[in-house]
Design a protein around this ligand. Structure first.
Ligand code: CAA
Length: 379
């Protein structure tokens, strides 16, 4: 299978590439140091239609296809992985889940401003003792007349601090395993919803990752997303799309690492010639380019299946597994090519290496992707 991009997809790719390399790249290294959340970028990205790309236009989105979305996300990740993870979570597990399962009222209240980039959203599934196994979560939502009262702690929540809307999962029936989990769409300023500890991370430092603590947090029954008991499926379906996003993010960072390595290898001279003319370096460059291309094919294949409305769960996991492992190898090689300079902050590759490390972990570890893939192959 080969992929030929349409004129529209090429136009989106080139528009986002220009914006990303001019605007997003300019302050990425600085943000990595200051941890400043790129509000200004998100405002512009909202205006460019990048915060709810696959959402219908009547709800403030662009109505774009998944292929266009992965092209755009890769371009943003090329310049700043912190910016791209916020874009990924917003577009997929937040906006898409509301679009698929939300009521008209939830769409008007939350989806429209999210898709237009006026507010940031978060998705709270993980807990201190429930990461890869979300069914063992202990957050509860107890019905009380026309309300639910939510209690529990969520951990490692992307945009936990800066979001204004949160999809949170909680047990509404503690005896029913995954069928007892429900999802709620909660405004961040609801009393009893508290932003807890903020992580100090090795990478993605301009994206905030926090605990969210629910202490007798009372939400109206209308905050339920989908039906009672739908929460696990909403999360899994959202993660299918999210995993394509993390794979696209991996592609962007890997391409940036390769481009930086090519530039450096052509300039740096050792033993009387540019290191790009030493076979040891040329072969590394060849392997990096080949790995990136293989990952690109998997990402495009998964996104195309999504566009054709086929079941793409397995392909999303394959793309996420391969691309996230690939970017860790490619960024490590980029540092090796840069030698001692690669270990310093004078060159961007050390940031790429740190940013990429979490890609094999969040939105399902590589081990979880292998469970999903092997379940499908062996069924
Ligand atoms: N789409 C829709 N439904 C799905 C599904 C999917 N992709 N995958 C499973 N389901 C359904 C199943 O059909 C089943 O439903 P029925 O009982 O009606 O048949 C139900 O869910 C339970 O399925 P399993 O028995 O397969 O569930 P499991 O408990 O064995 O778990 C798992 C499967 C794949 C391991 C899953 O737990 C998983 O993906 N774990 C990883 C969680 C994860 O990715 N966490 C990341 C946190 S989010 C994050 O990182 C966000 C961020 O901020 C960046």
């Amino acid at each position: 299978m080969s992929f030929k991009l349409s004129d529209e997809q090429l136009m989106i790719q080139s528009m986002v590439r220009e914006f990303s390399r001019k605007v997003v790249a300019a302050t990425a290294a600085e943000r990595d140091q200051t941890k400043e959340f790129p509000w200004k970028n998100f405002k512009q990205m909202g205006e460019l239609g990048l915060m709810g790309m696959m959402i219908p236009t009547e709800y403030g989105g662009e109505g774009a296809d998944a292929v266009s979305y992965v092209l755009a996300l890769s371009e943003i990740a090329y310049s700043c992985a912190s910016t791209s993870v916020v874009m990924s979570v917003q577009n997929s597990i937040v906006c898409e889940s509301i679009n698929r399962f939300g009521t008209e009222e939830q769409k008007q209240t939350f989806l429209v401003p999210l898709a237009q980039g006026e507010i940031i959203g978060a998705f709270a599934l993980t807990e201190p003792d429930a990461g890869s196994d979300p069914v063992s979560q202990t957050t509860t939502a107890v019905r009380d007349d026309n309300n639910y009262v939510i209690n529990g702690t969520k951990r490692f929540i992307t945009s936990g601090k800066n979001s204004r809307a949160v999809i949170v999962t909680a047990k509404t029936d503690e005896t029913a395993r995954h069928k007892g989990i429900s999802a709620f769409l909660v405004a961040k300023d609801t009393p009893g919803l508290i932003v807890g500890h903020m992580e100090d991370k090795m990478g993605l430092r301009a994206s905030d990752t926090t605990d969210l603590i629910f202490e007798n947090c009372r939400v109206p029954a209308s905050a339920l997303l989908g039906n009672e008991g739908d929460g696990f499926k909403i999360a899994m379906a959202g993660l299918d799309s999210g995993r394509i996003g993390i794979a696209a993010q991996s592609l962007g960072v890997a391409q940036a690492a390769l481009d930086a390595s090519v530039k450096y290898a052509k300039k740096r001279k050792q033993f009387g010639k540019a290191i790009a003319n030493h076979q040891g370096i040329r072969w590394q460059i060849a392997d990096m380019a080949t790995q990136i291309e293989a990952a690109r094919q998997l990402v495009m294949s998964a996104a195309s299946m999504k566009d054709r409305k086929e079941n793409y769960t397995t392909q999303a996991s394959m793309a996420k597994l391969f691309a996230s492992e690939m970017v860790n190898q490619v960024t490590a090689r980029a540092i090796q090519i840069h030698g001692g300079y690669g270990f310093t902050k004078d060159y961007p590759v050390e940031r790429f290496y740190r940013d990429a490390r979490v890609f094999t972990i969040y939105e399902g570890t590589s081990e979880i992707q292998r469970i999903v893939i092997s379940n499908s192959v062996l069924k």
